[in-house]
Design a protein around this ligand. Structure first.
Ligand code: AMP
Ligand code: ZN
Ligand code: MN
Length: 755
């Protein structure tokens, strides 16, 4: 965390505040000093009063006192409380992380999966265990990648077009000028989908999972029956499970659907080509409500894999706060009035530490889209269900699916319509209360509409793709190192396009071509971390390269000679990259400076924006007082919020530590050489200029400026919260929520029984 730095900056600036005697001297004699101080005092007073109103959030139960002497104690107490809370949270996370580090993954003897076992005295190598969950120290844990799974692309003849051309939405009409695709939703307004009258609506609880009919849809007949049931329903809940590690664009592995009375899971690998024809219509039908949670990715996966375009969707993830508003309010307070100089410094310090902590978490939750965390939050608070989330990251390609994974999949949609009922009732009530023109229910529909309107875009390799490799900007590479990475290398040697001389490519292009032709993720071919490490070290011998890479990267392993040649060529021909390297360094320095300035500004006392208490909060649903919550296991909302916002690496492609070897020949196929490569116009300098000035239209989704910002942000997040990517999420679970299926059921049964 950057706390040290902030603390130093803070104590540095606090030196500039006059000390007690001279403070009074200045205050009494100089109007220029007195005025801003009075203003700060006034603002602080009102801040503290509004914070006082929210003190129930951390159980102090004492409102901000009117007597200034009591106020002093109140602030000190509050600071103590905050510090303690902060301390506890940090040590909790640390403990969980340590626990996590004590475990390692080992392969089961039956070859079916991996389990987590406690490391034995730091010994290396794989240990065999008999079965998961047999001893106390053996904790079952799923792996996101099972090497034993045969690629579904081969098993089910799944054909995809990975060529370097934009995705064609063949199921959509095109505009008259042929320039864009027209989404069926364009004919509708989101207002059409807003519930008109919810007066008297009673949330409909689903029957317990055990009592709910369930169908695993694995054949066309089943799909046909499902389609018929959905045609008869007014609303249904949907979720998808996905794998992005072992294909270039990603594969939808499962589609979970729940109606009010039944659960279905469609094997979308097996039925891939049939899903669209049977289900396209009901998804498009604007009279049927589709309820999803955190649907950003699901929406585009449906388009990509099945040509399904969703009309009339309610995204339950759009209806909940990202973070406890009270917590956030507290961390944006202004300083107390002038007589409390000590407290000023103290409160500023605490405020700054916490604000940056919460900012990091917030940014993380937004950037990394922690939908699953918020679904757990809803399940817990609205359904009294402690959700199991062990499998969120599992390898969903495996077949047959273990029962626990089926159960997990069902859980994701089983309660969703019930959550939808409760949310819209709450939102409806809120919108009637609120006097402002903003209507929270309409707002959710508007955001859900926008989510549906997104169109899937294929990742394209362009002349500036390499600039977006995570970690490149901060790597401080020289020209040679940049040449090793760079795609632009090919622009100097256009011959590589036609000539089978892969050595003339940069590593980035090499792995891209391979990934497309083999239908693998670029992260599986050559993870960013390894790519940058090779560029950094520039090994020119095979043995040198071997020392850098693990044997678990099959494509690297089989192409050591190619990679070494790429490095050699790059070293010899790096001159054109001199300026690019310089520009990149300058840009990085400038961006860092900008980020630091911004952080300092945010932290500065005078700039601290007042908490618009009530304005922010009115958008948020208050779960603290829901009657449904009576039987929940955990009633501390802070707890849930922390777990909800813990950062972790979403990008599995980058986690290369768990690769397992594949069999067979993995050298590049000749077919990949017929790939359509992009037209390269400029050299590396142009690319950087384009990328950094935001002019380039070549990048998908994020414009380069955004990307740079995001990268810096992510850097900051990672610097400030030092947690191992995925394990952080796992640790958070372990600490915050007991994620066992049984307790989830128990809770739900209790709840159902309690009414
Ligand atoms: P969900 O919406 O939670 O059902 O997640 C859908 C898919 O997103 C999963 O099958 C994963 O492929 C991916 N996913 C969700 N959460 C994570 C995570 N924490 N890490 C990696 N992938 C995830
Ligand atoms: Zn989902
Ligand atoms: Mn899911």
């Amino acid at each position: 965390m950057n706390v040290d730095r902030y603390l130093k900056e803070l104590s540095g600036s606090s030196q500039r505040i006059p000390t007690e005697q001279s403070f009074h001297h200045f205050y009494l004699n100089f109007d220029e000093f007195k005025r801003p101080i009075d203003e700060i005092a006034r603002r602080s007073q009102s801040m503290l009063e509004s914070i006082g109103v929210t003190t129930h959030a951390w159980n102090t139960g004492v409102d901000f006192p009117s007597d200034i002497d009591d106020a002093y104690e109140w602030v000190v107490d509050m600071n103590d409380e905050l510090l303690e809370w902060f301390d506890e949270s940090v040590s909790e996370v640390r403990k969980a992380r340590e626990e996590d580090e004590e475990f390692e993954e080992v392969e089961l003897e039956n070859g079916f999966g991996l389990v987590r076992v406690k490391k034995e005295g730091g010994g290396v190598g794989k240990k065999k265990v008999e079965a998961a969950g047999t001893t106390e120290t053996t904790k079952p844990k799923v792996s996101f990648h099972l090497a034993t799974v045969r690629k579904p692309q081969d098993v089910y003849d799944i054909v995809v077009n990975n060529t370097n051309v934009p995705f064609e939405h063949i199921w959509l009409e095109k505009s008259e000028d042929d320039q864009r695709f027209i989404h069926p939703l364009e004919k509708h307004s989101y207002l059409e989908f807003v519930d008109k009258n919810l007066e008297g609506l009673v949330p409909m609880k689903p029957p317990a999972m055990e009592c709910t009919p369930f169908k695993l849809v694995e054949d066309v007949k089943g799909l046909k029956e499902l389609a018929a049931k959905l045609r008869a329903a007014d609303e249904f809940a949907v979720d998808l499970e996905h794998n992005q590690y072992r294909s270039f664009q990603g594969l939808t592995c499962l589609m979970q659907i729940s109606t009010r009375t039944e659960d279905f899971i469609v094997d979308t690998l097996k039925l891939r080509v049939h899903v669209g024809p049977y289900l396209r219509e009901v998804f498009k039908d604007p009279t049927k409500k589709k309820v999803l949670h955190g649907a950003d990715r699901d929406i585009v996966w449906l388009q990509r894999d099945f040509g399904i375009y969703v009309c009339n969707m309610f995204d339950t993830g759009q209806a909940i706060p990202n973070v406890n508003s009270t917590l956030y309010a507290i961390t944006t307070i202004s300083p107390p009035p002038p007589p409390l100089l000590f407290t000023i410094t103290f409160t500023i310090t605490i405020t700054t530490i916490l604000r940056h902590f919460v900012d990091s978490l917030l940014a993380a939750s937004r950037v990394l889209k922690l939908e699953r965390f918020s679904l757990q939050y809803l399940l817990l608070h609205l359904c009294g269900v402690t959700a199991n989330k062990e499998y969120q990251n599992a390898d969903w390609r495996q077949r047959p699916l273990p029962d626990v994974m089926i159960r997990y999949g069902r859980e994701d949609t089983h309660y969703l319509l019930y959550i939808y009922d409760q949310l819209r009732i709450k939102l409806f009530a809120l919108s009637k209360e609120s006097e402002s023109s903003e209507n929270p229910l309409v707002e959710v529909y508007k955001r859900s509409y926008d989510v549906c309107m997104q169109l899937y875009e294929k990742e394209l390799l362009t002349e500036d793709s390499y600039l977006h490799i995570y970690g490149l900007l901060g790597a401080g590479f020289n020209a040679q190192q940049l040449a090793v990475v760079s795609f632009c290398y090919v622009s100097m040697y256009p011959v590589a396009k036609s000539f089978q001389d892969l050595d003339l490519l940069g590593l980035n292009e090499w792995r891209d071509i391979l990934a497309r032709s083999e239908d693998e993720s670029t992260g599986f071919i050559l993870p960013n971390k390894v790519l940058l490490e090779i560029a950094k070290q520039m090994p020119v011998t095979i043995s040198g390269l071997r020392r850098l890479t693990s044997s678990k990267l099959p494509y690297v392993d089989h192409n050591l000679d190619v990679i070494v040649n790429i490095v050699r060529h790059a070293i010899q021909n790096a001159a054109p990259f001199e300026e690019a390297a310089l520009r990149l360094k300058e840009t990085y320095a400038a961006k860092m400076k900008e980020a630091r300035l911004k952080a300092a500004q945010e932290a500065s006392v005078v700039d601290a924006a007042p908490v618009e208490d009530g304005v922010e909060a009115s958008h948020l649903l208050d779960f603290e007082h829901t009657p449904e919550e009576e039987s929940t296991v955990i009633d501390n909302s802070t707890c849930v919020n922390i777990s909800e916002t813990l950062p972790f690496s979403y990008d599995l492609k980058e986690d290369c530590s768990q690769h397992e070897d594949m069999n067979g020949q993995v050298k590049i196929k000749s077919s990949c050489l017929t790939l359509e490569l992009p037209q390269v116009v400029g050299g590396p300098i142009d690319a950087i200029a384009d990328a950094l000035s935001g002019d380039s239209a070549s990048r998908n989704r994020l414009n380069p400026n955004e990307k740079v910002k995001e990268e810096i942000k992510l850097d900051r997040i990672r610097m400030s919260v030092k947690l191992e990517p995925v394990s952080a999420a796992v640790s958070a679970d372990t600490v915050m929520i007991d994620s066992s299926i049984d307790s989830g059921c128990m809770t739900q049964n209790n709840l159902l029984g309690s009414e």
